[in-house]
Every structure is written in structure tokens, then in C-alpha cells.
Design a protein around this ligand. Sequence first.
Ligand code: TNX
Length: 514
Amino acid sequence: MGAASTAPPPSRARGRRTAAESPLHTIVPAPVLVEPRPGAAFTLAPDAEVRVPPGSPGARDVGELLAELLRPATGYPLPVVEGATGPGVVLLLEGAAAEVGDEGYELDTAGDTAVLRANTPAGLWSGVQTLRQLLPAAVESPERQDGPFTAPAVHVLDHPRFPHRGVMLDVARHFFGVDDVKRYLDLAVAHKVNTLHLHLSDDQGWRLEVESWPNLTAHGSTSSVGGGPGGFYTQDEYREIVAYAARRHVVVVPEIDLPGHTAAALSSYPELNPDGVAPKLYTGIEVGFSTLDIASETTYRFVADVLREVAALTPGPYLHIGGDEAFATEAGDYRAFMARVLPMVEEHGKRAMGWSEFTRADLPATAVAQYWDTGRPAGPELAEAAARGVRFVLSPANRVYLDMKYAEQTELGLKWAGTVEVDATYGWDPATLLDGVPESAVLGVEAPLWTETLTTMSELELMAFPRLAAVAEVGWTAATGRDWADFRSRLAAQGPRWEAKGVAFHPSPTVPWQ
Ligand code: TNX
């Protein structure tokens, strides 16, 4: 193609629209209501301030985070001030419609002012994500960009469908350090994810320091799939992740997978093994071959110590005790084990989470079962648990497993649940997935990212995006507000945002990327 004369002007070079031109339908997850307002578009002025209500550290924190998000690209100082007047973004903890609840918000943009109203700081935080997505993609850049930074004049009213909108990261098969976890979290919260589940132990590695059983990390952390070096979080590093997440209104759910998926622990302490012999560290990707010694009191001392330390480090309401694929544990032993361990979780004032197999145990009504199978006729124990009050987090592998290949030719990932393109991730309804598990029993959805085949941050990103955004919308947006044709064009609008953030994403052929 001939050079200069036929090239489009730079702002349109890749078919991008400026924010003023962009349609309102760009936000993922889709809000309950987005209405254009008459009048001028909102422009973030160079002297804009972020105005926060006096006396609310939580709201101030949201204001600080908003300023931190916008400063690099705009180069504006964006001071965070209490109750002052002047142009900018106003955060209010009053005046929001009651229906927005704990996590919803109202947003009004026009002229030199954007006003966010919510009942809680968490609601303001949700609104911040929407405001970001109304501004041009360039605001996401870590480097100074040319303005103006404008957003259409709109009124948005919004609140989530489900309270639990999670992502899970498997840091056991391959270890990912604190900075990677923070980045993954940052990318997820942009789509209003509020739960980070960390899969902290598995056959291939133990990833959290436990002071009372030091060999778990001294030895058990030193392996990973394929024989890499492994790694682990010190208790201080884990606290750092929890605090980073909490500031972003994300609850951390720590998982210690029991009684199977325990080869790293078994290799660290011979006395935990049914035959008393510690196996070598495991670096393959088989599942279902390991089990703690169900008959030994040492096992229960071990589990009690681990859960006590993890509970003490974790302010959130859950301890996830795994329970999946315990094929080396006899059915009766499995139930006996869970009967001992479930009360330990409650003793620490926590709710037990576990993979769906743990519905075979006698669960307390406070328990939360995480469904991971592919919708094959589910056993009656799921419906029975739901009837007893157990709540469900849905992670159907053929929909939301972010480690499944997109297509046969996808280099990374597995395909035991099939190949999963983003339309499949989007096209299901949590209320009708499982017979006997009605919407009232569904706490929400979660997208697991297992890492047998993934070793770098950009590999995580490539598998997670764009599917993570689709799961987030399944969890946030009411069924009546969801539509694939509409979603795929809104998803396309995320492409330039991910590019601005340097996110590797799968250019799905099902999406009309801009
Ligand atoms: C199944 S689903 C597992 C994991 C694997 C994953 C790979 C579940 C609870 N367990 O151990 O990593 O498949 O897709």
C-alpha cells in the first residue's frame, strides 16, 4: 500500500474511535442501565481533582486508587481531596438508589464532572471500573498519552447478579510470584471480579510457608510440573497479596487441597503417608494418585496446624479444602476424613469451600461447593446439598476453565473438557446449569486457571483473555441483559484496552476486534 497519502489519520489508523464517538455499548460486564444524557461529553480536565467524602477511609482509598490508575497516562496530578469543589471525579457515599446494594453504583458524567454514588466503598470501586471503560483506551497505558480524555455523557445504574465473581489461579503446578498475582488481580478487577482463589498446594508443589511444618516449603516447594525450580510465598508475602486484594475489594480464598493432590506434602513428611514412606517429589501431570493417611492421628494434627495458620493469615470468610479427585482415598475414608476436617474449618470461624466431590461428605449448611464438571448428569448429592442450604460456586470446565485450549491448534492448555472458545464461555446460565441447584442456591461463578502447561505471565494472559471477561459478565449481568451479539462487540472494545496494558490476549475469530 502507498505510504503517506492513503494512510488514515493516526487516531483512526487501526479503526479506533475516539471516546466521544464511541457507542455507549463498550462496557464489560454490561451494566443494568446505561442512558445517554443530554449535554456535553465529560472531559477529565488537567486540573481535575478526585473528591472523596470526609471521614471515610474506604472511599478515600477508592479515590486514591482511581487517581493511581489515571495518572500515568494522563500525566495529570489528580489530587485526592475531601469534600472540595471543582472539576473532576466526585465519589459520594450517599444518594445512590437502594437497589444498587453493596456492590452497585450510579454514575453520571457530563462536562467537567463525573459523579459516582454508592452505598459502600466496594460500590464506588465497581463504578470506577465503569468510568475507566468509558474513557478512551489510552487511559490504560502506563505511559503518558495525548488527551483529551473524554467520556460520553451518561447515566449508569448498576449492580451485580451474583455476590461471588471469582478467578482461581493454580500456583502449585507452576509457581507465580507476588507481582504476577497482583497483575492478574489488576486485570480481573477491571471486570468487577471480587474473589481471588489461590490453589496453594498440589502434588507438584506446596506454595505457602507453614511455620509449624517447615519442610512443606523447605522441601515441598522445590518442584513443579516439568521439574522447574518451584517457589512459595512467605507468610509476609501472602499477607501482602491479601492486603493488595482487600484494598481492591477482592476476597482471597486460600485452597489447601486435601486429602488427595498431596504428593508434595507426602514427600516432605513420611509420617503422613499410609505406608510411612515419603515419595520423591512429583513433576508429572497425572491426578488422583496421592492421599494422606486417613487412619493416622498425625494427619489430623497436620491438617489442624495448617488450617490454623492459614485461617490466621486470611481475613476472608472461606477456607477451601479441595477434596477433588481423591481417587486413592476410599469412599468411606473420604467421608471420615471430611467429618474430622470440616469442624476444624468452623472452629476458626470460617466457611468450608470444596470442589463438588465434597458434597459426598456430611456438609454443614455453611459450606460452599465448587462445581467443576462438564454438566454430565450431576449426582443426586448436589441437589441434596443444595436442599440442605449448601451454596454453589459454578466453574463448569467446558465453559469457564481458562486452561482449556480455545481450539485444536491452540499451543498451550489441555483439552480434557473439550476446546472452549469465548462464545462457549459466555453462552450458559448459572441458574439452569445443574438440576436441583436453582439460582437461589448459586453464590456465583469462578474461572479457574490451572497451570500444568503455563509458565509465564504472558501465557496466563493468553489463556485468560478474553474468556475471563466473559465469565465476569456471566457473574455480574442479569440474564435478561445478556446477549452474545452485543457482548462480542463490547468485547471487541476491550482489545485496545488490553493492548494499552500490554496484555497478551487470544485474538478469537468469533470477535470483531477493532
Ligand atoms: C482437574 S477440576 C483438576 C485439576 C487439574 C485440571 C486441569 C479439578 C478440581 N481438578 O487438578 O489441574 O483438571 O484442567
